[in-house]
Design a protein around this ligand. Structure first.
Ligand SMILES: Cc1ncc(COP(=O)(O)O)c(C=O)c1O
Length: 402
């Protein structure tokens, strides 16, 4: 029994079609779902199903209450308030929302945005789209030798022309953890806002946006043991209140006429159309699930798995490890003479699932001088047996390629 899990915490996705244990080491791509989340979504789509914010009948009123309670629950998980939390399709949409709304309203030609070399494409491309519209300049903060965003370099690079810093809290390739309070202090010192891409952090570390001091925090439910199709943007209330809408439609308005329309207050102003109702309820159950497990405990569990994996892989001559020793839940590596895709395919035969490729971080791959890496990433359900299966699979791969 995994000490992280209660007897009631079952994950139907962790079993293969033959009933064997699936050694799932791809939680950084998407986490498997506890039965409680699956049940919550099924209930919301089944006996409890109704629309929100519109219906006058009792079930719709109950669903509206549940939907808004879900917002409160998700906001609380990261130390935020419900009026500061916008439901989005995921982290990607959350970052695009900031770019298209706050960015278009505030960025002028010649203004600068600081990103880092390790960002996911979701925190690069939205800013390139805004560069085309506004004429901003994008700067790229380098990494330290062990793959951390180099805050000393950021300090040297930042100027009053910088209006935004947008950094990942945890790298999806290297697992490196940003010193967020330092990055926040550096950004604020030059008057810039700071967006943190928390996609890989929320399921791995205790996060408290108020204590971190950031301006925007973006994440997805599906990496937090919740459903796909929903995520969140947390933004400081004063910033959110001043941001213009970025998509128009139902739900986000106050009054509409052909002459002009006026907007609902935030966060509704940013949720045009019928929302992802069942997914929001599943998101809240996922937030409760990690709250009960305890993010400090999850972090300690995954850190122990990372240390054990790095130690075991470090004993294999052909393995090259990337990222810092204290990475959060993610181990990036390559095998000399074996393409990561070949490794991934052979491991699949052993019921071991890893990710191999550029991980939607091509600028980081270019920096590493690699076309691809292999990545083992953990969730709270992983145990020693998953690491043992990974090591066996790597040894078999090396025998095949020898
Ligand atoms: C660091 C990071 N940022 C952003 C994203 C995008 O998340 P989503 O595809 O759920 O919107 C991911 C997903 O892999 C990620 O790892």
């Amino acid at each position: 029994m995994n000490a992280m899990l209660r007897p009631a915490d079952t994950f139907p996705g962790l079993v293969t079609r033959d009933g064997a244990r699936w050694h799932y080491l791809d939680s950084a791509a998407t986490a498997q779902k506890p039965q409680s989340v699956i049940d919550a979504v099924a209930r919301a789509l089944g006996p409890d199903y109704a629309t929100v914010h519109r219906g006058l009948y009792a079930r719709s009123a109950a669903m509206t209450t549940a939907y808004e309670a879900a917002r409160r629950s998700v906001a609380t998980l990261i130390g935020g308030r419900e009026d500061e939390l916008v439901f989005t399709k995921g982290a990607t949409e959350a970052i695009n929302l900031v770019a298209q709304s706050w960015g278009v309203a505030h960025l002028r030609p010649g203004d600068r945005v600081l990103l880092s070399q390790l960002e996911h494409h979701s925190n690069i491309v939205p800013w390139q789209l805004i560069r085309e519209r506004t004429g901003i300049v994008i700067d790229v903060c380098p990494l330290t030798a062990d793959g951390l965003i180099d805050c000393d370099a950021a300090e040297r690079m930042l100027t009053p022309a910088h209006k935004l810093v947008a950094f990942a809290h945890v790298s999806n390739v290297l697992g490196s953890v940003l010193d967020v309070p330092r990055a926040v202090a550096l950004a604020h010192r030059v008057g810039a806002k700071i967006l943190i891409d928390g996609c890989q952090a929320v399921a791995r570390l205790p996060v408290d946006v108020a204590a971190l001091g950031c301006d925007f925090y973006a994440f997805s439910a599906h990496k937090l043991y919740g459903p796909t199709g929903i995520g969140a943007l947390w933004a400081r209330a004063d910033l959110l209140a001043a941001m213009p809408p970025w998509q128009g439609g139902g739900s986000m308005i106050d009054r509409v006429s052909f002459a002009e329309s006026t907007w609902a207050p935030a966060p509704q102003r940013f949720e045009a159309g019928t929302p992802a109702i069942a997914e929001a309820l599943g998101f809240a159950v996922a937030a409760d699930f990690v709250r009960h497990a305890g993010l400090a405990r999850i972090h300690a569990h995954e850190s122990a798995l990372v240390a054990q994996t790095r130690d075991a892989l470090g004993r294999i001559n052909a393995v090259r490890l990337y990222g810092p020793a204290d990475s959060a839940g993610i181990v990036g590596f390559t095998l000399d003479g074996v393409h990561p895709h070949d490794l991934g395919t052979i491991l699949d035969e052993e019921n071991v699932a890893i990710r191999a490729g550029h991980h939607c971080a091509q600028p980081l791959m270019a920096h590493l001088g690699l076309p691809a890496t292999a990545r083992a990433s953990f969730g709270l359900y992983n145990t020693d047996s998953d690491i043992a299966a990974l090591v066996r699979g790597i040894e078999r791969t090396l025998r095949i390629f020898a």
